[in-house]
Design a protein around this ligand. Structure first.
Ligand code: IMP
Ligand code: MG
Length: 172
């Protein structure tokens, strides 16, 4: 059995989400904001985030798969769900669970830009910098972690542990 080392507790997560939601609500006041959740990892973060916002938004999802199984990215990214809302001239904010190498986010941002949005920015719950290989700006980074493989609050290891309400470092 791997060891589960606590990284973010329930209260800490709620404080982080509330704080980032306040910032987003103020930055996008009066604009037409579309949130694009990255499936599947961002499903819990996104659903908590929208309930803390004080501005109206539209929500859509993109699906990508990059990780085969295990803890290292295959590096090959595949789009498994396309965006459905018209993004032309809209303000788009990508909601991601965790940024590791940055390959997934770079792919998604490039994909979304093909729909001619007004702006595309990025919000990630976890910013893991150890293996970053792409230069990518995370406009709203909630919590920086240096290393390790994290699970819980939407994040999985081989599709397990997404339902855990806290974030843990999985130690093998
Ligand atoms: P990247 O393309 O290397 O930046 O990896 C990003 C994607 O890999 C994220 O959307 C996650 O779904 C997944 N990922 C990266 N690191 C972790 C982790 O520590 N735990 C769970 N999933 C991760
Ligand atoms: Mg993800």
């Amino acid at each position: 059995m791997p060891e589960f080392i606590p990284v973010l507790g329930k209260n800490e997560i709620q404080n982080i989400v509330a704080q980032i939601a306040r910032k987003i609500s103020s930055d996008y006041q009066g604009q037409e904001l579309i949130l694009i959740g990255v499936l599947k990892g961002a499903f819990i973060f996104l659903s908590d985030l929208v309930r803390h916002l004080s501005i109206p938004v539209k929500v859509d999802f993109v699906g990508v798969s990059s990780y085969g199984s295990g803890t290292t990215s295959s590096g090959i990214i595949r789009l498994t769900r396309k965006v459905e809302i018209d993004l032309t001239n809209k303000d788009v904010l990508v909601i991601e669970d965790i940024v590791d190498t940055g390959l997934t986010l770079t792919y998604i941002v490039d994909y979304l830009k093909t729909f001619s949005p007004k702006t595309v920015k990025v919000c990630a719950l976890l910013d893991k910098r150890e293996r970053r290989s792409q230069t990518i700006k995370i406009d709203y980074a909630c919590h920086v972690v240096s290393e390790g493989f994290l699970v819980g609050y939407g994040l999985d290891y081989n599709e397990d542990y997404r339902e855990l309400p806290e974030v843990y470092h999985l130690k093998f």
